[in-house]
Design a protein around this ligand. Structure first.
Ligand code: HEC
Ligand code: HEC
Length: 489
């Protein structure tokens, strides 16, 4: 009896071993195709990437013996296949210079967020972890890739001027824009959404504005920003940087606009977001060969998974108090902190004695390299409409403009970007018909018979500036009313 049973067990054991051996022969194919044009980078950078990334992102995969055992091999082979598909240092030549730079910045950001190398790979491959010193080596190399902005850049500003003229002439007309390959339709109303941040990206020489729709604004006001509620949507607009000789960088040629639209059920397999992008400037051509383009969006946004895949830290548009101490209902402890940390509180308006233009519409934005500031010019509806129909007779009575200027800080969520830090000043120009005077100033940026009054706040906390010289005031009004609207097709 006993003998019979142990014999049975021996059979089972044998069978299991046999399977273990047989499975070693059922292997997905994984070979190393030719290296057509390897990554060009300084040896100290390349050494790091070769060690930590090349197993999955090159045609020089060198698997360890334990990677070769099934079932591990099956998983490794899959990682290598997928890794090569999105980034292959052995086919580096097939990318344009800009694409190469883009991939390297993305790679660096993935490393700092410990997204890459993949966790399961790091666990087994001790050498795959990239130290702080090594990160610095890569970062220093990246900083050499940044093409400094030219002051002034006449070619760029000419192209920007031409695009602007065309937009002013035709831009307000309704027109057909083809949907994105995943079926998402273009949202022409995005231009009237509210700015929740702006970024200057030195990795790719663009200025960006991030706008939010009403549902997203409501969520911001109510503190429901992680996760974002269904219906919330963001638009991100990118313009080329166009610099003048004084070091002011304005939005130049409009390059693209892209959207994230939250619907946790409809877009369940895309992290809960509908992704869409329109490119080729004012042509607004849908981006992506097919619906798979969203994996590119999702891959790069993945390090933000703890923030519902959103990079932007929104201005707290209703902030009249510090969200740290305002004890919102129903959110205790960790949950509260998780939401609070989403906001860019430093850059929000905290002082209730100052009017708050942050929820107005955007006319344009710019960056001052010399003073390390970034600014957004806001307007009320009358002003925005006038700015977008310009060059016309100038701002009509009833227009109100406000210029908010922030100092800048590095974006914690993306090496290569800077975002607003503390507010340095808020200026306001109110355009009135002469009769309502008190308002004394007039110039070419205003419609005939229209006069402007000016007020400004500066310092920390913000304080109204009194007794300003009228020459200074005139100059400030001229500056605000003369700024061309950013192209938003
Ligand atoms: C074990 C395999 C593996 C290793 C090692 C690895 N990756 Fe990846 N990588 C992947 C896979 C799989 C993807 C696609 C899915 C994803 O993004 O998670 C990917 C995606 C990426 C992407 C996104 C590319 C795009 O355009 O979508 C970047 C950038 C990246 N890896 C950089 C790196 C860097 C840098 C290293 C080394 C520090 C590294 N990876 C190491 C497997 C790997
Ligand atoms: C190489 C990385 C990368 C890729 C690829 C990428 N994004 Fe982003 N995205 C960012 C960064 C970084 C930000 C933060 C704003 C900034 O600095 O430009 C951002 C911000 C956004 C925002 C504003 C909301 C937010 O998350 O901050 C939208 C909308 C957006 N991206 C849409 C898309 C869409 C659609 C795609 C794919 C077609 C895409 N992105 C692909 C890096 C990327």
């Amino acid at each position: 009896m006993k003998k019979k049973s142990s014999g049975k067990w021996r059979m089972v054991l044998f069978f299991v071993l046999l399977c273990g051996v047989v499975i070693q022969f059922i292997r997905p194919r994984l070979d190393n195709p030719a290296v057509s044009g390897d990554l060009q980078a300084p040896p100290e950078v390349k050494r790091i990437l070769k060690r930590a990334c090349y197993d999955c992102h090159s045609n020089e995969t060198k698997l360890a013996w334990f990677d070769r055992l099934e079932p591990a091999y099956w998983l490794v082979a899959q990682d290598v296949r997928e890794g090569r598909k999105v980034l292959n240092f052995s086919l580096w030549d097939s990318l344009t210079k800009d694409q190469q730079k883009g991939k390297l910045f993305e790679a660096f950001n993935k490393i700092t967020f410990k997204e890459m190398p993949l966790k399961q790979y790091r666990l087994l491959h001790a050498g795959a972890t990239i130290t702080g010193d090594e990160q610095a080596v890569i970062r220093d190399y990246l900083s050499t890739l940044v093409v400094p902005v030219k002051y002034p850049d006449t070619t760029r500003s000419k192209a920007a001027g031409e695009q602007y003229e065309k937009w002013i002439r035709t831009g307000m007309a309704a027109r057909e824009v083809a949907p994105a390959p995943n079926g998402i339709a273009f949202i022409p109303d995005y231009k009237d959404w509210v700015a929740i941040s702006a970024t200057e990206r030195f990795d790719n020489g663009t200025l960006r504005a991030i706008l939010a729709n009403d549902q997203a604004l409501k969520a911001i006001r109510e503190g429901h920003v992680n996760p974002w509620p269904d219906g919330a949507a963001f638009a991100k607009i990118a313009w080329d940087q166009s610099a003048d000789s004084a070091g002011i960088i304005r939005p130049g040629v409009f390059k693209q606009v892209e959207f994230m639209i939250k619907d946790s059920r409809k877009y369940a397999d895309a992290d809960g977001w509908g992704w869409a992008r329109w490119v080729k400037g004012a042509q607004l051509a849908p981006y992506g060969k097919d619906a798979l383009f969203v994996t590119e969006c999702m891959n790069c946004h993945k390090p933000m998974q703890d923030r519902d895949f959103v990079f932007t830290s929104p201005l707290d548009l209703s902030a009249k108090s510090d969200r740290a101490g305002d004890g919102r209902e129903g959110e205790g402890g960790d949950a509260h902190a998780k939401v609070r940390d989403i906001y860019n509180r430093e850059a929000s308006l905290r002082d209730s004695s100052v009017f708050n233009p942050l929820a107005w519409k955007v006319i344009t934005s710019f960056v001052d390299k010399n003073h390390h500031t970034m600014s957004i010019l806001y307007g009320n509806d009358i002003a925005v409409l006038a700015a977008r129909l310009n060059p016309g007779p100038g701002y009509p009575a009833g227009s109100v403009l406000s210029l908010v200027t922030w100092s800048r800080k590095e974006d914690r969520n993306w090496y290569g970007g800077s975002i607003p830090a503390a507010i340095q000043s808020i200026e306001k120009v109110t355009c009135e018909p002469e009769m309502l005077s008190g308002s004394r100033f007039s110039n070419g940026g205003l419609a005939k018979g229209v006069f402007a009054s000016y007020e400004s706040y500066a310092g920390s906390p913000l304080k109204k500036t009194d007794g300003q010289d009228s020459v200074v005031i005139l100059k400030r009004i001229a500056d605000l009313v003369s700024r061309r609207a950013s192209v938003l097709p």
